[in-house]
Design a protein around this ligand. Structure first.
Ligand code: MBD
Ligand code: FE
Length: 308
């Protein structure tokens, strides 16, 4: 930093006081984190000789981000949410603990308490003229033994890439369901094939990405929380193979093990068994869960969520 020791100690004093290091109250961990963040920020301001105008553009950007409620969207787009996954994976690898179906980011669009049913649910409200998707599979332990009574909480976008609740044009809980596995550990849903997501083109996240020369698109995907008593909670997604953004996801969520191949079903008997009675797309995905070492691992991590 500064070669002028007087200037240096003036900044150090400022940062120590502004982050409350010498104050009685507050939280020590929070103080130390803020101190590091502010120090890094000042270093960046100095390194790039940030102008006042640039500084206030950045401050105003934070207001825009909050006004549009896009802070969590930006966290995904900057790869920070994926970085949390990298860290969790790394810790598991270092500890040598078992891994089942890999995790990937939750993203900002979950809504809690979707309708719950046993073994099967229809997820779409029938309002879209879209390709029907039959999505099914099993939940097992690492030995392949079925996990009965697992809750598979599923959410995905419509054909315009929009999610109910966040997209007020959709009905309540459209394309959001919770399904409890049967004794065979299986779940099945009838839905529609989702399309990929794109950041709101007029929003602050897309504005920042455009400044980086990046796009704000995600490949077609389906989100899952999978949980069962005695097992580690799993937050993951599957990507539908063939999407142009499969390996170019702006939120970095794609993983080799999480790619599902959509299969066109034309067999009339099968279509009748499923009560679809028409050609449709089948997506199969099986989950394997790891035993929980402690109760706290059984539930999803705390995070501010809609309707929770
Ligand atoms: C999504 O649908 C999503 O899953 C993420 C991570 C970010 C934006 C939209
Ligand atoms: Fe999504």
């Amino acid at each position: 930093m500064s070669k002028n020791p007087a200037h240096q100690s003036e900044l150090e004093t400022l940062l120590a006081i502004s982050s409350g290091l010498n104050a009685d109250g507050g939280n020590d961990r929070f103080k130390n984190i803020m101190h590091q963040l502010l120090s890094d920020l000042c270093q960046t301001i100095k390194k790039f000789d940030i102008t006042d105008e640039e500084f206030w553009v950045a401050v105003n950007y934070l207001n825009e981000l909050g006004e549009r409620k896009e802070a969590a969207l930006l966290a995904a787009g900057l790869g920070l949410e994926h970085y949390l996954d990298m860290r969790a994976d790394e810790k598991e690898a270092a500890a040598g603990t078992d891994v089942g179906t890999p995790r990937t980011i939750e993203g900002p669009l979950y809504v809690a308490n979707a309708p719950l049913s046993e073994r099967f649910a229809r997820m779409d409200d029938g309002s879209e003229n879209a390709e029907t998707m039959w999505l099914h599979g099993s939940v097992t332990d690492l030995d392949g033994k079925p996990v009965a009574g697992a809750i598979v909480d599923i959410w995905h976008a419509n054909t315009l890439g929009g999610y109910s609740f966040f997209d007020p044009s959709q009905s309540e809980y459209n394309l959001r369901r919770r399904v409890k596995t049967g004794a065979d550990g299986r779940y099945a849903v009838r839905s529609i094939v989702p399309c990929g997501y794109g950041c709101p083109p007029d929003g602050p996240t897309q504005k920042l990405l455009t400044g980086l020369g990046r796009h704000g698109n995600r490949p077609a995907h389906v989100h899952f929380f999978v949980s069962a008593p005695g097992f580690k909670h799993l937050t993951t997604q599957i990507n539908l193979n063939g999407d142009q953004y499969l390996w170019d996801d702006f939120a970095f969520a794609t993983r080799e093990e999480l790619i599902a191949d959509p299969v066109k079903i034309t067999d009339a008997t099968l279509a009748r068994e499923r009560d679809i009675n028409a050609p449709h797309t089948e997506v199969s995905f099986n989950f394997s869960l790891v035993k929980a070492a402690e109760n706290t691992e059984e539930s999803r991590g705390k995070r501010s969520r809609v309707k929770e």
